[in-house]
Design a protein around this ligand. Sequence first.
Ligand code: ZN
Length: 501
Amino acid sequence: MRNILGVTLRGVEALPVEVEVEITGGLFAISIIGMPDVAVRESRERVRAALRYLGLNLKGRISVNLAPADIPKEGALLDLPIALGMLHATSMISECPKALYMGELALDGRLRRVRGAVPAAFLARELNIPLYVPVENAEEVALVKGVNAYCADSLSELVLMLKGEIEPRPVPPVYIPEMPENSEPDFADVKGQTQARRAAEIAAAGHHNLLLVGSPGSGKTLIAKALAGILPPLTDDELVETLLVRSTLGIETTTGRQRPFRTVHFTASTVSVCGGGNNLKPGEVSLAHRGVLFLDEYTEFKRDLTESLRGPIEDGQITVSRAAGTVTYPSRVLLVLAANPCACGYFGDPLIPCKCSSFDIERYRRKLSGPIIDRIDLQINVPRLTPEELLSFTDKNNPPESSAVIRERVIKARKIQQERWKEFGLVCNAELPEKLVKKFLTLSDEEHAYLVKMAEKFNLSGRGLSRVLKVSRTIADLAGEENINTKHLAEALMYRQVYGR
Ligand SMILES: [Zn+2]
């Protein structure tokens, strides 16, 4: 393998690209071979300008070969290694240490942020060679442990480093606080709604999907958003997983241990939600990996979009394919859906009468069914409070519990789960595959008989049953109890009686 290596991206994976430059006499021309796309051809102009800025006027026929030829390459990631290749071919630099180089060049030779620095860091670690990145990418690279990484502001700075005329500049270490900052809205702002608060806590503790059904103004969107503030902080491994996805898109990575919270509007395209498109980019469901994917006004979503979410929700990953190839992105999300109870929005409302016919209600209820709803562990009604109730909950001396207090309990319950499922590479109860549910979520005879009776009463499917067991496990973990008892089962069953089976 040659010394000057660049990278190209395939999903969240970086692949090495060997850069070889040859200069022969003749009329000036630059050709880049090795399946480059439009962006690589544009790179030719940027590299030429940046080199001119360094005082190098290219002459002759210059051929740049990017190998292997059969993988598609895209983006401006290759500017830097191509420029170094040219400097090397013109003897402007004699030695180029074997390393991965990535960076986009500005016309004046400054190095610009590129996407994919985190996957590149993994690759450099795997190949056991150094990585050189633009300063703007230094922080995310520093989050990957065990990488020998350096950064530079400009091509000229890097050249001086490579020549040994200045000290190499290692990426500075970053400090990530153990606990994310408190986020808004806070559960202290949610009045009443005891059941919804409890369901949100269980959802956060075990990473269980949540459906909130209530009239406009009942606060279901507020509750969904407040959920972000009670999620446990990302672990080191989870942080890197979320970084990988964001780095692939070139999104700023300064969110620390805060779990992602992504809201999808019902007009969103399937590609933007699930990923794909010409560049096989990750979608919202992958950006929400290890965090929350929130679908407000769920009944307004088109069926084909919700159908396409079924795989990623169930499998925790999504494979997107195009002519350019196939890539897999992670998508282990906590799905939160919010919906009105009926078409007019006021079915069951204490003040405003519902205008829907029983036929309308029946038709609407069908939208709140199907494969996605079946995968929602916690389903609850969020009633709108009457003005009297609102007032009664506005007691300054007895404010509702804050998100910080709830989060403490969530973190405790999550730690129990991490410890329990460690050997299987899992972090929370919701992730548990069927065979582990059967093996480990066992019940005593009495509890078993109770669950069988309830399953018949509520016509629960096999999958529904296993979801009840997982939620029961989380409820028991929140209570710090070793065994699932009838009380835990009864509460878990209560959250599955509304929609789906
Ligand atoms: Zn209605």
